[in-house]
Design a protein around this ligand. Structure first.
Ligand SMILES: [Zn+2]
Length: 273
């Protein structure tokens, strides 16, 4: 069957262990409020607290297992700060493991020297990363000289819920608009939706993307792929299952979707012919 639309699944790595949480108190308080609001059971709250104070926290392998046959793109940071708690040394074995499994890895850009971060990841990958997503979608930090100098194939730092068509940022770089993000749906300071509302909203967006023959770009943070984040966890499992069942959906990594766009081969570009 001919593919009618595209899904692009991405994962940002912000935290490698619960010990890395800067403010344990806030995390516990937030989880406690979720119990009162019935987003989380009391038993789940207890396991959350136990996990924060005891063990390592790395969902990369379980997330990749959940992705199944869907090719995905991970974004990893090369610099600590602003909520990113791991070091280059901490992430290096994860990057090696991902690339040895054929997974695409891009730069999770931080404030500071982006050239240096780019070079560090290039050393780790033994080749230049194809693209970038800024941490906290801080797109302003990317603009200007840097983007022109490095010449990334793509950026995916602009969050737009209803734009499913790629566009050129400059002569060389394609923008892949980010459409739906687990943190935006469920974070206290953002939409804080119930699981049913989040599924409803996601379904509406997905149908819109599909009707346009567009590219639906999804961000699921690896930190949140855990039963300790029940809404995020359920939402992503539900979504990946929909993509899996939809035989009209072509699943592509960020660099491949950008290359398709350049070659004018995306479903909405074909339909224009
Ligand atoms: Zn981030």
């Amino acid at each position: 069957m001919k593919h009618q639309w595209v899904a692009c699944v991405t994962h940002d790595i912000d935290v490698m262990s619960f010990k890395g949480f800067k403010h344990h108190g806030y995390s516990v308080l937030g989880a406690g409020i979720e119990v009162i609001e019935r987003h989380r059971s009391f038993m789940n709250f207890c396991s959350f607290v136990r996990r924060i104070y005891s063990s390592e926290f790395n969902n990369v392998d379980s997330l990749l297992l959940a992705d199944g046959d869907t090719p995905v793109t991970f974004f990893v940071a090369m610099q600590q700060g602003n909520g990113i708690t791991y070091t280059k040394e901490d992430i290096e074995p994860v990057v090696r493991w991902l690339t040895s499994n054929g997974v695409e890895v891009g730069l999770h850009g931080q404030t500071g020297d982006l050239q240096e971060q780019h070079d560090s990841l290039t050393d780790m990958l033994h080749s230049q990363p194809h693209g970038i997503r800024m941490h906290k979608l801080d797109f302003r930090n990317l603009l200007g000289r840097f983007l022109d100098d490095i010449g990334y194939l793509y950026d995916t730092s602009i969050e737009v819920p209803d734009k499913f068509k790629l566009f050129m940022l400059n002569d060389k770089t394609v923008e892949i608009p980010l459409n739906v993000c687990d943190s935006t749906l469920f974070q206290k300071k953002k939409m804080d939706l119930s699981i049913d509302d989040a599924k409803y909203m996601t379904r509406e967006m997905l149908e819109l993307a599909k009707s346009q023959g567009g590219v639906f770009t999804i961000l699921m943070h690896q930190k949140n792929y855990s039963p300790q984040y029940p809404r995020h966890f359920e939402w992503f499992n539900w979504l990946i299952d929909i993509l899996d069942r939809d035989k009209t959906c072509l699943k592509l990594t960020c660099s491949v979707v950008a290359k398709y766009f350049m070659a004018k081969e995306l479903p909405y570009q074909e339909s224009r012919k």
